[in-house]
Design a protein around this ligand. Sequence first.
Ligand code: ATP
Ligand code: MG
Length: 201
Amino acid sequence: MGYYRAHMMHPKEEKTFVLIKPDGVRKGLIGEVIKRFEQRDLKIVAMEMFLSTRVEMDNHYPKTEAWLTRLGDKTTTTYEKYGHSVKRDFGTTDKLKVGKEVRKWLIDFMTSAPMVKMVVQGVHSVDMVRKIVGPTMPYLAEMGTIRGDYSADSAISANIEKRAVYNLIHASETPEEAAHEIKHWFGKHPIYKYKRFGIDE
Ligand code: ATP
Ligand code: MG
């Protein structure tokens, strides 16, 4: 559902896609994550535990040059901020190549243990869920966010170990991304409609 059509639907119809990543499952945080969404009046409308294949993960993360360069650029900026050498850890300073390398680490990580996928519905659910989850880098996340309360990873520590940042959760960034990801991960599964007591009636 694009923003251009957003005026046609009630904000509480908005859906977003959430993945509890392997570190979240292995830390025993499935219940905690669901609790934090539900206590904020968000509604789980589909959910399943599964082990992703590399192909499924490859189709989940964008492959466009723009997305890869953004990932490489973000990584380079962090490295500069902390006086670390991208050249030493990645063997190149080319942002596209750095982005591709991080994407590969991400696929390794996301296929390393089971995950829980879900569709979460509620008022401005895309933004609400991102706020409850907190920013990408756990060491920068405020207490009170899921990442801020349960993780402490950073890009530098991850990249020295040649792996993705462990940050517990993936959540769609825009309604467009949510629509794409819901179709990708729940294409054949039902998305349920039901009324939550006190919220929908
Ligand atoms: P997600 O898309 O998983 O919800 P996000 O939107 O907060 O997270 P993105 O910038 O889309 O963050 O990056 C996707 C994922 O790639 C991050 O969640 C993190 O696991 C990993 N990642 C991002 N930057 C780095 C980095 N410099 N080194 C290693 N992994 C990274
Ligand atoms: Mg993202």
